[in-house]
Design a protein around this ligand. Structure first.
Ligand code: RB5
Length: 147
């Protein structure tokens, strides 16, 4: 069963619960790291928890949520090997996989999206990474920026 790691802060408890149950219904094994409570936690801590777990290996991808998705995605992108996308709609979720090979996707629990977040997740998981040379080259250049 493909594995996914998921974490969030207090700004996205309900949204993350929806995503977790959706991923399970799609046949993923979900390692949910919390927080399932509305008590305040710091999004960089939750990003680190999930990204460190992902970097141990064995995961297809990860999902991170906070109030806007911004703080937790910026935090994730500071961690080696992580390409965390913050898609704003189904098109961006599709491109995040096809062009960027994002290994994390982030969402905001307080954002009013034009598309349902679950449809964005579905678009991401059902899209293949483009093997086109120009996209592969850009991905390699992107990762080389880590230094
Ligand atoms: C927490 O209140 C909030 O700042 C956080 O969830 C997120 O929106 C930050 O980017």
């Amino acid at each position: 069963m493909p594995k996914v790691v998921v974490a969030n802060d207090h700004g996205a408890v309900e949204l993350t619960a929806r995503i977790v149950s959706f991923l399970k219904s799609e046949g993923f094994e979900v390692n949910y790291l919390g927080t399932a409570e509305n008590k305040s936690v710091d999004y960089p801590d939750m990003a680190k928890l999930a990204c460190d777990e992902f970097n141990k290996g064995g995961y297809e991808f990860g999902v991170l949520c906070c109030g806007t998705g911004i703080g937790i995605s910026i935090s994730a992108n500071k961690i080696r090997g992580i390409r965390c996308a913050l898609p704003q709609n189904i098109f961006a979720a599709t491109m995040a996989k096809e062009h960027n090979d994002a290994n994390f996707i982030a969402f905001g629990g307080r954002i009013d999206y034009q598309d349902d977040v679950l449809d964005m997740v579905k678009a991401y998981i059902s899209t293949q990474v483009s093997q086109d040379e120009r996209h592969a080259r850009r991905r390699a250049k992107m990762m080389a920026l880590e230094g």
